[in-house]
Write a protein of this length. Structure first.
Length: 200
């Protein structure tokens, strides 16, 4: 029996506030959950990240071993974190420069629906801020400049963003597309057929 966790992810300190409601296998490794959160929110996975719960952190350890960094995310599962910490909400921080702080609330755990691929998107609202916009304060300034053609940085921000930007548009089609790619990537590979034995 495969168990599924329903998660509500919100990006804190941002208005309009992006929200995603998704389902993932309860036994998903945290490095894979990181990929799912990136796809759900619309980030591009170009910065470091860390999950935090119960006074512990999971992420990408320092490759040189100079710092006491987070526990490797690939060595922990969502289920283990919930069991070990008792947490019903996990903090996910992405890009320690811009410091994007997400709250991931575990809404419920239930059996997988037969024939459904996971991760699965249930609801989405609000756009993901552009990468490297300068965190929540920079994003607020970015939106002000975009909304006002008279703003001294309006033209620069339009050019910098590279596409029309709607803070209310969650780009659901893009999330579903990225989730489909992740589902294919994590699907169990079919066993290779054994070569027939040769008659002696």
């Amino acid at each position: 029996m495969t168990l599924i966790a329903r998660l509500r992810i919100i990006l804190n300190d941002v208005d309009p506030q992006p929200m995603r409601q998704i389902e993932v296998p309860l036994k998903i490794r945290l490095d894979r959950l990181h990929e799912v959160v990136q796809a759900a929110m619309g980030w591009t996975d170009t910065h470091l990240y860390e999950f935090r719960a119960g006074g512990a952190g999971w992420g990408v350890p320092d490759p040189d071993g100079f710092h006491d960094g987070p526990i490797p995310a690939k060595k922990a599962t969502l289920q283990k974190v919930i069991e070990d910490t008792g947490a019903r909400t996990i903090q996910y921080v992405y890009d320690f420069g811009d410091d994007w702080d997400h709250s991931i609330r575990i809404e419920r755990v239930s059996e997988a629906t037969p024939g459904v691929n996971y991760p699965r998107l249930l609801k989405a609202s609000g756009a993901c801020p552009p990468e490297d916009v300068g965190g929540a304060p920079g994003y607020e300034e970015f939106l002000k400049a975009l909304a006002d053609p008279e703003h001294e940085q309006h033209d620069d921000m339009v050019r910098w963003s590279g596409r029309p930007f709607d803070p209310e548009d969650a780009r659901i089609d893009r999330i579903v597309e990225r989730f489909d790619q992740l589902a294919k990537k994590s699907a169990p590979r079919p066993a290779k057929p054994k070569a027939p034995k040769r008659a002696r």
